[in-house]
Design a protein around this ligand. Structure first.
Ligand code: APR
Length: 181
C-alpha cells in the first residue's frame, strides 16, 4: 500500500528491513544498545561489527528516544536505533513512549538531511506491544511529521508478517479517511 502525504511517499511493504534501499534503516533496539534478536539481530548480522562498536561508544539510549550510527556493510548510510517501550498492559505510558520513539527517529533523520527511511514495527515483537494498538500510533506519528517541512521525502514501513502488515494498512487507511472527512 502507498499513500502520498504533501508530495511525500509513505509505503507499507512486507519483507526484511535489512534489504531496503534507503538512506537510513531504523532498528528496534534496547536502551543499552546491546543488540539482541528480531530486527536488532538481523541488522547487526547484515551490517557487521562496526555498528556495535559505535553502539558501545554511545553507551545507551533512553526508552522513547533514538540514536544514530553509520550502517557498516548495509546499503543504507545510517542506522537509527529507536527504543520503543515494553508492553505492560497499556497503562505505563506505552503509547506516549512509542510515539516518541518514532518521532525522535524522524527528527534525528531530519537533522542528518536524510531523504528516505525505513521503519520496522517498533515494540511489537519481543516487547509484546499488540500490533492493532501500535499501528495507529506509528502511522499517525509518521504522517503528521512528513506533513511538515523536512528533508525526508520517503518513509517505508517494512512489516514482517501478515497480521502486522494488515494492522498497519487498516490504521493508515483510517487515519487518511479521518483527515479527508
Ligand atoms: N525486518 C523487518 N521486521 C522484522 C525483522 C526484519 N528482518 N525481524 C523481525 N521483524 C519484526 C517482528 O516480527 C516484529 O513485528 O519486527 C517487529 C519488532 O520485533 P522485535 O525485533 O522483536 O523488536 P521489539 O519488539 O521492539 O523488541 C526489541 O528485542 O531484539 C531485541 O535488542 C532488541 O531488546 C530489544 C527488543
Amino acid at each position: 500500500m502507498q499513500a502520498n502525504v504533501n508530495g511525500k511517499i509513505l509505503q507499507l511493504v512486507q519483507g526484511d528491513i535489512t534489504r531496503q534501499e534507503v538512506d537510513a534503516i531504523v532498528n528496534a533496539a534496547n536502551s543499552g544498545l546491546r543488540g539482541g534478536g528480531g530486527v536488532d539481530g538481523a541488522i547487526h548480522r547484515a551490517g557487521g561489527p562496526e555498528i556495535m562498536r559505535q553502539c558501545r561508544r554511545l553507551g545507551g539510549c533512553p526508552t522513547g528516544s533514538a540514536c544514530v550510527t553509520t550502517a557498516g556493510r548495509l546499503r543504507a548510510r545510517f542506522v537509527i536505533h529507536a527504543v520503543g517501550p515494553v508492553w505492560h498492559g497499556g497503562s505505563s505510558d506505552e503509547a506516549t513512549l512509542l510515539g516518541s520513539a518514532y518521532r525522535r527517529s524522524l527528527e534525528v533523520a531530519d537533522e542528518k538531511g536524510i531523504t528516505s527511511i525505513a521503519f520496522p514495527s517498533l515494540s511489537t515483537g519481543a516487547y509484546r506491544y499488540p500490533p492493532p494498538a501500535a499501528a495507529p500510533i506509528a502511522t499517525s506519528t509518521v504522517v503528521d511529521f512528513i506533513k511538515g517541512k523536512t528533508s525526508i521525502n520517503k518513509v517505508v514501513f517494512v512489516l514482517f508478517n501478515d497480521s502486522t502488515y494488515e494492522a498497519f494498512c487498516q490504521a493508515l487507511e483510517q487515519h487518511l479517511r479521518q483527515e479527508d472527512g
